[in-house]
Design a protein around this ligand. Structure first.
Ligand code: COA
Length: 499
């Protein structure tokens, strides 16, 4: 017998194996799909790619829900073939980004903890097909996910039909690292029984009504590797300011060397900031985060990190080869959970997280823009940064002080889009230093942010703006007609710098 069938332990389901093309043919114009996949990990690959192929000779559109961004070129070909009507809740693909900004694809950018609630409450269009990548299906029909959990459980539970993609290249050793907990509906909901990062509170797979499994497809395509840029002198400086901040928290008696569970955002800057903990005095650390990037495994190898809870494992090519060839070393130090649990506001507050996320730009009072370039063009999405920033014990935002060769200052008079208000931002860090905003009034914040975080080339311009704003008065002084003049200058001259 074909060995692949051994992965379908519920023998009644074995006869539902079909080709990716056949499964894709069931999807009709106007349908809504819930695809597994979170930050390029564990995405359903074969059926979505077969669906995109259909667009070569057929015109149709579907709504696409996922955990977060997809890998395997799926968002790229979906965008190129024009088959997406609406996309949610997060993407980071250049082609899809362009189509969103051209208005061709509708994009609902929202907190990653909210998708599951919207599906339960019937707020968004219901899912016709959930397509979930799995290592295997158990005897009782539980779907064992691969390298991510994301929204897969809620998709499988609420979709009218389920297609399972069994990926034989995903390591079987991943079995038992998942912890699937369902909060249930609002009525009669109980407190979530999770008090420690490593607590197991759910099942090892996604329970699903076997009748809904319409088809099973075999695939062997590995996850796309991440393209994390290695640390540079600026991200190393950011990491060292983060350590300085943590040390000052210890001196103040608010933390010990074991710190508090850490959440770290997506991208190169957050990854580098986390790597900075290697070789420090901190030990026995824990993470309660969303994406487990390369740095998490480096920290485990360096005996700095004791345990990591997340929703996906997203690694570079080299790290992927190393981690999966020796997964035994990590399997009892890692848990993957649904994103509504990793990002649950109540749990984030209960565990007292230190949250480190990345800003595109922030203003002199501490408002943060993480999503919209110059206030209008979507970059990726808010992801989980808002879930964590609002509810963590210590909410930190990191950013390089400039972008595009110094033509853009990340510290501006007024952000052109607000993802995180001044009320959700405790500390700002750039390569020049940090500004601890806790307990400070707006007039105390401005000077600190300008002097500690802004690039020296922009400090005089910021000082001048703030001094003029002070002449107008107010709790949060501004010169409204000049508040966006920096972005205007950038559009007109290619630089925010005054000539
Ligand atoms: N204006 C325009 N472009 C800017 C900018 C600004 N103020 N600041 C940064 N950029 C550009 C950079 O030049 C870079 O462009 P490139 O890809 O062409 O080189 C790109 O944005 C990424 O910036 P970088 O400094 O390399 O940071 P990053 O890779 O760490 O990404 C975010 C930063 C904000 C885009 C990313 O962290 C993100 O999408 N965050 C929102 C979601 C989130 O925080 N999720 C975490 C929850 S777990």
């Amino acid at each position: 017998m074909d060995k692949r069938f051994e992965r379908i332990k519920a023998s009644a389901l074995q006869e539902r194996v079909v080709s990716a093309e056949e499964a894709a043919s069931w999807i009709q114009d106007g349908m809504t799909l819930g695809l597994s996949g979170f930050t390029q990990a564990g995405d359903a690959k074969a059926v979505p790619l077969a669906l995109a192929k259909r667009a070569e000779f057929e015109k149709f559109k579907v709504n696409v829900y996922t955990g977060a961004s997809l890998g395997s070129n799926i968002d790229t070909v979906f965008a190129q073939t024009g088959i997406v009507k609406k996309r949610l809740p997060f993407q980071s693909d250049p082609v899809m980004r362009r189509k969103i900004n051209e208005g061709e694809i509708l994009y609902t950018d929202h907190h990653l903890s909210h998708t599951a609630e919207w599906i339960r409450d019937g707020v968004i269009t219901p899912i016709d097909y959930a397509i979930i990548e799995a290592i295997s299906i158990t005897k009782d029909g539980m779907i064992i996910p691969t390298t991510s959990v994301g929204n897969s459980a809620i998709f499988a539970q609420y979709a009218k039909n389920v297609i399972v993609e069994i990926n034989t290249e995903q390591p079987e050793r991943l079995y038992r690292i998942h912890d699937i907990y369902d909060t249930g509906t609002h009525e009669g909901r109980n407190p979530i029984p999770l008090s420690h990062v490593a607590d197991r509170i759910g099942t090892t797979g996604i329970p699903v009504d076997m009748e809904k499994i319409k088809g099973i497809v075999f695939t062997d395509q590995v996850d796309s590797p991440s393209t994390i840029v290695p640390p540079d002198s600026e991200t190393e400086a950011i990491a060292s300011h983060l350590l300085e901040l943590l040390r000052s928290e210890i001196r103040a008696g608010r933390l010990t060397e074991k710190l508090a569970p850490i959440q770290s955002g997506v991208g190169s800057v957050a990854n580098s900031a986390l790597r900075g903990l290697i070789g420090s005095e901190f030990h026995d650390l824990e993470m309660y985060s969303e994406v487990l990037q390369d740095a998490v495994f480096d920290l485990i190898d360096a005996d700095v990190l004791r345990f990591a809870s997340g929703s996906a494992i997203t690694l570079s090519k080299e790290k992927m080869a190393q981690v999966y060839s020796d997964f035994r070393k990590y399997e009892d130090k890692i848990i993957l959970r649904p994103q509504e649990i990793t990002n649950h506001p109540g749990l984030i507050r209960r565990l007292g997280l230190i949250a480190v996320n990345t800003a595109l730009e922030f203003d002199i009072y501490g408002n943060v823009n993480s999503t919209h370039v110059s206030g209008t063009k979507m970059m990726n999405g808010i992801g989980g940064s808002g879930d964590f920033a609002r509810n963590s014990r210590l909410s930190i935002f990191v950013s390089k002080s400039t972008a595009k060769g110094g033509n853009i200052s990340s510290v501006v008079p007024f952000v052109t889009h607000v993802d995180h208000t001044e009320h959700d931002v405790d500390v700002l860090i750039t390569e020049h230093g940090y500004a601890d905003l806790r307990g400070l009034a707006p007039r105390e914040r401005a000077g600190l942010i300008i002097e500690n975080c802004a690039d020296p080339a922009y400090r005089d311009q910021l000082r001048n703006y703030y001094e003029e704003a002070l002449t107008r008065g107010g709790q949060t002084p501004h010169v409204l007609e000049k508040a966006f003049s920096w972005h205007q200058r950038l559009a007109e001259t290619g630089s925010m710098l005054e000539k």
